[in-house]
Design a protein around this ligand. Structure first.
Ligand SMILES: [Zn+2]
Length: 338
C-alpha cells in the first residue's frame, strides 16, 4: 500500500520550497537513519538473519532517498541561466532513477540471499535480532514524528516519510521472525519474510524507475489531456486548426505545454492568444506554455514526425519547392549515376 506513494513521492514535488524546519527535520532523519543503518547492517552480518539484512538494505535506500531529496532540491533550486534555460530540475529525476536502480539491485540481492537460505535454514540469535528491531522502531518513531507535519504539505518530505514508514514495517517483520524462531524453531520464517520484504522493495523500485523514465521520455503528464486542450482551443472563434501540440514535464509537477494555432488572417491574433491561455489555465496542471499563433503555416521541414495531429505543413515556399522536387523525380525517374 505504501509502495505507490513511495514511488511517486520518491521523485518529490520539489517545486514546493523547503522551509527551514522541514529541511532540519530531513537532515536529522538522514543522520539518525544513517547511524542506525550501520548498526543494523553489523547485526545482520553477525546474526546472518535475512530479514535483518533486507531491512538494513531498505534503511540504506531510505537514507539515500532522503540525502538525494536534500541534494536534488538544492541543485533544482538554482535559477535557470543561459546554459540551462529550463533550470536544473531534472537533477531530482536523475537522482530518483539512481535511487530506483539501487533499490532494484538490493531487492534482487535480498531475494537471492533468502532463497539460498531457504534451502539451508540457519539457527539465528533472536536476541540481537530483537535489538536491531527495537533500535529501528525507536529511530523510526522519532523520524516519523519529525516528518509528520512537513509531509502533509510537501511531496518531497512525504517521500522521505514513506521511506521511513516502510523501514518501520521492516522492523515489525524482524520482530515476527525473531518471536516465531524463539517459540517454534520454524527457521524458514526468517528467509520467507526476508524474501517477502524483498518483493516489496522490488515493487517500490519499479514505481520509482517507471516514474523517472516517464519524465525522461517526455511522456505527457497524467494530469494533462492534450486532446481535451486541443478540442477546447479549436472552439475559439477564428481558429482554423491546432497542431504541433506538446506537453511534457521538467520534473514531477512542473509541466510545460506548447502548441501552434492557425487562425483566419482577419482575426486579432492577440485576442486568440489570450483566449488560448484562458483554456490552458482552466485545464490546470500546466506551469509554462508557449502558443504560436499563425496566419499561415510556418512549420519547419523535418519536424512532421513530432506532430501528433497530422496537420503539420511547411510554409508555402518550402512546400512548393518540395513538390516540384518530387515531380522532377517522378518525371525523370532515379538518376542512373545516383
Ligand atoms: Zn505551425
Amino acid at each position: 500500500m505504501t509502495t505507490h506513494e513511495n514511488g511517486s513521492a520518491g521523485l518529490g514535488g520539489h517545486h514546493q520550497h523547503l522551509g527551514g524546519g522541514d529541511a532540519r527535520a530531513l537532515k536529522i532523519t538522514a543522520w539518525l537513519t544513517g547511524i542506525y543503518f550501520v548498526v543494523e547492517l553489523a547485526i545482520g552480518i553477525w546474526t546472518g538473519s535475512v530479514s535483518v539484512l533486507s531491512d538494513a538494505m531498505h534503511t540504506f535506500s531510505a537514507v539515500g532517498g532522503i540525502v538525494l531529496a536534500i541534494i536534488a532540491s538544492r541543485i533544482a533550486a538554482r535559477p535557470a541561466d543561459t546554459t540551462n534555460t529550463f533550470g536544473r530540475r531534472r537533477a531530482e529525476i536523475i537522482g530518483a532513477l539512481l535511487n530506483g536502480f539501487f533499490l532494484l539491485g538490493m531487492a534482487a540481492l535480498v531475494i537471492f540471499m533468502g532463497s539460498m537460505r531457504l534451502q539451508d535454514p540457519k539457527e539465528l540469535e533472536t536476541g540481537p535480532m530483537l535489538g536491531a528491531a527495537i533500535g529501528g522502531l525507536s529511530v523510526e518513531f522519532v523520524s516519523l514524528y519529525l516528518l509528520w507535519s512537513g509531509q502533509k504539505g510537501n511531496l518531497n518530505i512525504r517521500g522521505a516519510y514513506w521511506h521511513v514508514l516502510q523501514t518501520f514495517v521492516g522492523s515489525l517483520i524482524i520482530i515476527v521472525a525473531a518471536v516465531v524462531i524463539q517459540f517454534t524453531d520454524f527457521l524458514e520464517i526468517d528467509p520467507i519474510l526476508g524474501i517477502a520484504f524483498g518483493l516489496v522493495l522490488l515493487y517500490a523500485s519499479w514505481g520509482i524507475i517507471k516514474q523517472a523514465l516517464t519524465v525522461l521520455m517526455e511522456t505527457v503528464p497524467d494530469e494533462i489531456d492534450v486532446s481535451n486542450v486541443r478540442n477546447q482551443l479549436r472552439q475559439i472563434p477564428g481558429v482554423k486548426n491546432v497542431h504541433h501540440i506538446h506537453a511534457w514535464s521538467l520534473t514531477t509537477g512542473k509541466n510545460n505545454f506548447s502548441t501552434h494555432v492557425l487562425v483566419d488572417s482577419d482575426i486579432a491574433s492577440q485576442k486568440v492568444l489570450e483566449q488560448s491561455y484562458e483554456v490552458i489555465e482552466a485545464h490546470g496542471g500546466i506551469g509554462f506554455a508557449t502558443v504560436q499563433v499563425e496566419n499561415e503555416y510556418v512549420d519547419l521541414a523535418g519536424s512532421e514526425d513530432i506532430d501528433i495531429t497530422g496537420e503539420h505543413r511547411v510554409s508555402e515556399t518550402q512546400d512548393q519547392s518540395g513538390a516540384s522536387a518530387a515531380h522532377s523525380r517522378e518525371d525523370h525517374g532515379p538518376r542512373p549515376d545516383a
